[in-house]
Design a protein around this ligand. Sequence first.
Ligand code: NAG
Ligand code: NAG
Ligand code: NAG
Ligand code: NAG
Length: 566
Amino acid sequence: MGLLRALPLLLIAQHALAITNMVMHESVAKVPSGFKASGSPSPSQELKLLVALVQSNITGLAKVVDAVSIPSGPSYGKYLTAAEIAEYVKPPADSLSSVMDWVTPNVASVKPFTPAGDVLQLSLSVEQAESLFNAKFNTYTNPNGQQIFRALNYSLPSSLLQHILHVHPIVAFTPPPQATGKNTMYKRSPMSLKKRQLAPCEDIAEPACLLATDFYGLPNRTISGSTTNKIGVQGFNTIGGDGASEPFGEYANSADLQTFLKMFRPDLAGTTFSLETLNGAVNLQDNSGGLEGAIDIQYTVGVAGDVPVTYLLDNGDDAATEYMDTINFLLAQDEPPTVFSTSYANEEVQLTQAVSTTVCNGYMQLAALGISMLFASGDGGAADNVVGCTTLIPMFPSTCPYVTSVGGTFFQPPTAFISSAGGFSNYFPVPSYQAADTAAYLKSIGTTNQGFYNPSGRVSPMSRRSGRCSSLLVTSAGGTSCATPIFASFIALVNDRLIAAGKPVLGFLNPLLYSTGRGGLDDVTVGESSGCASHSGGGWNATTGWDPISGLGTPDFPAMLRALGI
Ligand SMILES: *[C@@H]1O[C@H](CO)[C@@H](O)[C@H](O)[C@H]1NC(C)=O
Ligand SMILES: *[C@@H]1O[C@H](CO)[C@@H](O)[C@H](O)[C@H]1NC(C)=O
Ligand SMILES: *[C@@H]1O[C@H](CO)[C@@H](O)[C@H](O)[C@H]1NC(C)=O
Ligand SMILES: *[C@@H]1O[C@H](CO)[C@@H](O)[C@H](O)[C@H]1NC(C)=O
């Protein structure tokens, strides 16, 4: 009798124990430099946190991406729809219900953040978050002057560890994405247009040079008549930062674009771009914009013939969330662009490994959808301009195996750009399409740089394209921020020829570029990048064949068409 009465109580106690048995899930030892603490936030301060749930079949999706993007694969070019992709990444039903049962009574609201619902967005107060995650939040000012709320660690109920991958951003001290263009804070000033001293087609990659047959041989027009072959261009701005006296960031200026076209592509004069904004971003048309937005829009609209271009401008205070915003946006489009160009990056270490895996799995989904995602490799050399570092510094998203990393070369003669980033990931292992090339390169350098990098990491860049573009606004702008929109234009024009030939667009490029597409690239064998030792060397050297600074080489349009059999 006593035993029977006791049993239900025991079961209840076990259930309660399971929920209250909190296990620390992620922690950081210290706050990175650039973030300043300023005390405890108000308990009623609202937070938005993302809960990443386990995905139904992410390894299955990886196999599907191989099948659709390896040229010899069984279903090459047969991309999935967003609805088909969602089946692979949606959380298992029991994971979703277990997590919903736990959070719903304890937050102001919960809603899906991704189309498949594998990431949930919680709105809750600091007080609720501290109790739910057994965490102590502090107020910090990030390097852009924005106020953010973070904790040094958080815990999850042990019974939910099988359902939750991580919660973001509690312990992630990540600044917004950084423009790779050197003059991030350059103030637009149309009156100060200087006479160029550099020679066109020697050190300035004006559009006419990119079209010249002895350089990249790009065509001046599309031929397919396709309305779905489009280029997306990423922009980020930062508004509402408490420490910032005015909005600042990157904008695509329409009047500047027209001036650029009249000067360099009179045949395209009047061509414009469409604009999409997220999270209250604004595309200011005053003089406050930076160089990056100017380059990115001018070197897509002004290079890719008449391929339609969309500028996607986002605003936020954390790079990982902003990268996810773009992934969600693209997955939700009826007709997403076929190529997407991003000239922004973060040091890989600035993102937690957990959230960079979530973001990278998002790029895997875009690979399944057939979008070529291109990212600037970075303009800080092999060590992000940190002299005296003890390890080289790889850049994200370039280290994700599902994106193509684009580096820069001096235009003529083709020479790897000393400030071009590229190197070995500390988070992602080397993917199979790249294994033979990285092994050969590492064998060739022997023990050089040993201890400064992870030899089994995935290597960016995958391929690399021109650098040093001229811009309307300054005498010249160098680097991977120029190279990325130029390479995006190249891929969009190749897609146009494929569509005209009745073939699918290229989608995720790397398996192609590392195999049959290699013939469409010209190897760059000269040049080196800076590393930890100094700004003048110590990074990676360009060599015959693939290397981590000049990748596979520079684009050659006629040769790429031949390699593709069109
Ligand atoms: C996962 O996806 C792969 C590839 O489509 C498929 O072969 C496999 O059956 C799937 N597994 C599950 C458990 O659904
Ligand atoms: C977790 O955070 C609390 C509050 O900031 C701190 O006192 C504690 O030392 C941290 N523990 C670990 C293991 O990081
Ligand atoms: C485009 O290029 C073709 C051949 O390369 C040339 O004949 C034509 O005039 C060019 N069109 C324009 C508008 O520049
Ligand atoms: C690059 O070349 C320089 C000069 O030949 C050499 O000293 C250095 O070790 C090389 N570095 C690598 C990573 O191969």
